[in-house]
Design a protein around this ligand. Structure first.
Ligand SMILES: [Zn+2]
Ligand SMILES: [Zn+2]
Length: 287
């Protein structure tokens, strides 16, 4: 790798619609002990700040969630000097009030993935990283302020149920996630979040609601209700609603401008010299 002249303090792992226009853009290749990141990394300048961008699903959106090399992505960003990592993620809603287009700044997750490499510590040096508050409060705060100033529908805090994918959930699973008080369901925050913690990087997940997953139905009298053959309120026949790929893509496209606005305003506010407790997460974690 060509030696960079300066540290890149801000990382962005994103998908469709989450790119921002970087000045002095260049593409670099980073080699890691864990193989290749999702793609070459775009680095450039944004309003006086250095930003590194990785498309999570690769260039041309070809890597499915369960095959993303999360360790290589996080390792590469750390190598570049990233201290603040921002990660937009398309999610399904598990609650009626989380309507399409809403942004949720995640503060907790439930891990339902099954076969992902989720630690840098494979033996020798042991690490039991805390995940009691896995997402950076400072980043959530500035994104919340930016969202309010941009008049977006945005909520601070929410539980992200991360499933393995690439399939969507069954209705039984989706209803179970609701009983667990999950707010949203997606396929990518885990293990990005914990790997960032192991590398002492501030991490925030900007979840964008694209659909109602598969728990919901539409009653002609009562609107959106939890699906059953008959509405539990009025007894009418309920129409099935269920997420599909065109619906997700359509909402993402509609919401791309809002996400861009949010990213631009929040990055302006981000003080990269700030010390954060996330930067010391290994302090009491190593054995
Ligand atoms: Zn932090
Ligand atoms: Zn009804």
């Amino acid at each position: 790798m060509e030696k960079l002249q300066q540290n890149i303090e801000i990382g962005l792992i994103g998908g469709t619609g989450s790119d921002i226009a970087l000045n002095n853009l260049k593409e670099i290749k980073v080699y890691t002990p864990f193989g290749s990141p999702s793609s070459t990394i775009s680095i450039g300048d944004f309003k006086g700040k250095n930003v590194a961008y990785i498309p999570r699903h690769g260039q041309g959106h070809i890597i499915p969630p369960h095959n993303i090399n999360f360790r290589a992505n996080i390792w590469a960003l750390k190598e570049l000097g990233v201290k603040f990592l921002i990660s937009p993620s398309a999610v399904g809603s598990l609650k009626k009030e989380h309507t399409k287009g809403k942004f949720i700044l995640v503060d907790q997750y439930i891990d339902r993935t099954k076969k992902r490499e989720d630690t840098f510590y494979e033996g020798g040096q042991l690490c039991h990283i805390s995940q009691v508050n896995p997402y950076c409060e400072y980043l959530n705060d500035i994104f919340y302020q930016a969202g309010k100033e941009s008049k977006l529908t945005i909520q601070k805090g929410g539980i992200y149920v991360c499933i393995e994918g690439p399939r969507f959930s069954t209705r039984a699973e989706s209803k179970m996630f609701r009983r667990w008080e999950g707010d949203i369901v997606g396929m990518t925050t885990y293990p990005e979040v914990v790997l960032a913690a192991e590398k002492e990087i501030c991490y925030c997940c900007i979840a964008m609601v694209t659909d109602l997953d598969v728990w919901a139905g539409k009653c002609p009298n009562c609107g959106i209700v939890e699906y059953a053959l008959r509405c539990y309120k009025c007894g009418s026949v309920v129409d099935e609603l269920s997420v599909n790929v065109p619906e997700v893509l359509e909402t993402m496209t509609q919401n791309a401008e809002n996400l861009k606005k949010l990213l631009e305003l929040a990055l302006e506010k981000l003080d990269t010299r700030r010390d954060c407790s996330c930067h010391h997460s290994l302090k009491d974690a190593l054995l």
